[in-house]
Write a protein that binds this ligand. Structure first.
Ligand code: OAD
Length: 275
């Protein structure tokens, strides 16, 4: 958001007013929320899906095929996904949302699997695409959680693999703490791949929160992936006011153009600095 640009200052003031008048706020976040924590988005230039074909890497059957036919390429994909998450810390955007809870009832609904809203201190977080810190059975039943240090261990093991000649056995050993697709009782990260059901009960809670909020702040999502992208539509048709924070997409909402890490702290300060 450009400081000093009158139109954008006006929009910030309007948004601050909406935030002050709201009773129930839902934040709907996507990959852009964590971009300033060093985690790449999916669909921007240089994003995950520009480097890895989602047809191959965003579905379980694609991942199984890649494991059997191109374990080295699958290892590259897993590194690209896991490494930024394993070392990420919340950015000022995450932290300002946690601070917002001092002033308003806030429900975070996130498509992100990086745990950064919780790490920043947000209390009510519904992870509709699951979490990289959950390990689940193949039917989605919870098995255990892993720590950020354990994820860092998986990353270190992946990094030690020989770049051009990774065998399936070596790959399986590296990811063993979070994934064992060929084990007698297979398990995998608790994240939602394309074509899979949304994470429950997060999704039911998210839908209810969207239908009951009076303000939705949409942050850093292209809103192209359904059913998650239904949430802003649900909120709007239930009468909620809508604000979008994103450097590139604003739609019909009150659009604060800029990054999450810049705009969110300014918005929360503008709304409540003197409260
Ligand atoms: P996308 O990569 O589709 O969209 C990222 C959005 O973040 C874009 O609108 C960018 O303009 C915006 N953006 C980039 N940098 C930003 C910043 N610093 N601050 C704020 N916004 C920024 O990511 P998602 O919409 O989250 O699903 O993608 C949705 C789903 O697609 C993901 O959850 C994942 C993916 O495939 C699954 O894995 C099921």
């Amino acid at each position: 958001m450009n400081h000093g640009d009158r139109a954008s200052d006006d929009r910030l003031r309007q948004a601050a007013q909406l935030l002050r008048s709201a009773r129930r706020v839902v934040v709907f976040s996507g990959a852009g929320m964590s971009a300033e924590s060093g985690i790449p988005t999916f669909r921007d230039a240089g994003g995950v899906w520009s480097r890895f074909d989602p047809e191959q890497f965003a579905t379980l059957s694609g991942i199984m095929t890649a494991a059997a036919t191109r374990p080295g390429r699958l290892a590259e994909f897993l590194l690209a996904l896991l490494e930024p998450i394993a070392r990420a810390e919340p950015n000022p955007g995450h932290r300002s949302l946690a601070r917002l809870e001092n002033h308003r009832e806030v429900t975070i609904v996130t498509q992100n699997v990086d745990g950064l809203h919780q790490a920043a201190g947000s209390g009510t977080v519904h992870e509709v695409h699951g979490s990289m810190f959950d390990v689940v059975t193949m039917s989605g039943g919870p098995l255990r959680t892993v720590t950020r240090e354990e994820l860092q261990g998986v990353v270190a093991a992946l990094r030690r693999l020989p770049v051009d000649a990774v065998s399936l056995d070596e790959l399986a050993a590296a990811v063993e703490p979070i994934m064992a697709l060929a084990a007698a009782e297979p398990y995998r990260p608790g994240i939602v791949l394309f074509g899979e059901a949304m994470s429950e009960p997060a999704w039911s809670h998210a839908l209810a929160a969207a239908q009951q909020c009076d303000l939705m702040l949409t942050v850093g999502t292209s809103a192209e992936v359904y059913p998650a992208a239904l949430l802003p539509l649900e909120a709007q048709s239930a009468g909620a006011r809508m604000i979008t924070i994103d450097p590139a997409h604003g739609g019909q909402d009150l659009w604060l153009r800029g990054t999450a890490g810049e705009v969110l702290p300014r918005l929360v300060d503008a709304a409540f600095a003197t409260a």
